[in-house]
Design a protein around this ligand. Structure first.
Ligand SMILES: CCc1ccc(NS(=O)(=O)O)cc1
Length: 306
């Protein structure tokens, strides 16, 4: 009978956290990935039902159902982002989005689905009313011939209105795996600059190739968007798999930069899944996070292109 590998060296694990000492992390990765990722599979399976008992009553209202890109990806009531209601219009506070914790605050991120054509005005209302200073987009608008996200921002420098919000592209910087655009966002007499970070080569349900491309993108994002009190909007198509993977790696890299003694990837994903369903959707995405952290700990050159 095949013996299982010895338990990974770490502090006492609980059902909600499995911290690993940073100095042991590379060995931990080797152990977890042994035997065709046997222990990664076991650990990821433990996350399967986290948060799933929580209600999604607002999402299920008949007036809100058309606002959901996927019928099985609905925001939990307790953490959903609420738009400012419009008069007494039923459902006018609804958008498929949840607050999700980050390294810097319990509501650092607003995670949402890729806007639909019929929800993109609501999307811009959310960006404005929340005071968000950046949008991280982790999907292309069309992938393998299927629409994954509406084109909710201008194609060129002419202003486009989304409801009563005018958006103008100020400048665009294109790199091999992402594009960064500065957007002027105006509502009434007020105007703000918001940065749009678009990762353009991450296949749905998959991982970037090579996985460390994601660590470079997170670095490029953080260099241009240092932590402050304002939230960051993060979306992919469903707003769960790629979005959760990005946030987890961002949190872990900031912990390493702060010289944390432990990394608790399991605990981070557990806490995120209490706020939004299926955050970090696949086992390969879960492993990709670890691979990026191993590359950083090994001192691989992850500098983004100039
Ligand atoms: C089945 C609904 C669904 C579609 C797409 C995704 N992937 S994503 O969350 O990375 O966009 C996750 C779930």
């Amino acid at each position: 009978m095949r013996r299982r590998p010895a338990p990974a060296p770490s502090t006492p694990a609980t059902c909600t956290s499995r911290p690993v000492r940073v100095q042991d992390f590379i060995d931990h990765y080797r152990l977890m990935s042994a035997d065709s990722d046997f222990r990664f599979s076991e650990e990821f399976e433990e996350l399967k039902h986290v948060g799933r008992e929580q209600p999604c009553t607002a999402a299920d209202l008949p007036c809100n159902r058309p606002k959901n890109r996927f019928t099985n990806i609905l925001p939990y009531d307790h953490s959903r982002y609420k738009l400012q209601p419009v008069d007494d219009e039923e459902g006018s506070d609804y958008i498929n989005a949840n607050y999700v914790p980050g390294h810097n605050s319990p509501r650092e991120f607003i995670v949402t689905q890729g806007p639909l054509h019929c929800t993109r005005d609501d999307f811009w209302r959310m960006c404005w009313e929340s005071g968000s200073r950046a949008i991280v987009m982790l999907t292309r608008c069309v992938e393998k011939g299927r629409e994954k996200c509406d084109r909710y921002w201008p194609y060129d420098t002419r202003p486009v209105y989304y409801g009563d919000i005018a958006v103008t592209a100020l400048n665009e910087s294109r790199y091999p795996d992402w594009t960064i655009t500065e957007l002027m966002v105006c509502r009434g007499a007020e105007q703000r600059v918001l940065k749009h970070f678009h990762f353009t080569t991450w296949p749905d349900f998959g991982v970037p190739d090579p996985p460390t491309t994601l660590a470079r993108f997170v670095r490029a994002f953080r260099e241009r968007c240092p932590a402050d009190a304002r939230p960051v909007v993060v979306h992919c198509s469903a707003g769960v798999g790629r979005s959760g993977t990005f946030i987890t790696l961002d949190r872990a890299l900031q912990q390493l930069a702060a010289h944390a003694e432990y990394l608790d990837i399991f605990g981070m994903v557990y806490s995120m899944r209490r706020e939004r369903v299926w955050m970090v959707q696949t086992e390969q995405q879960y492993i990709c996070i670890h691979q990026c952290l191993v590359a950083v700990l090994e001192g691989q050159d992850l500098q983004p292109p100039p």
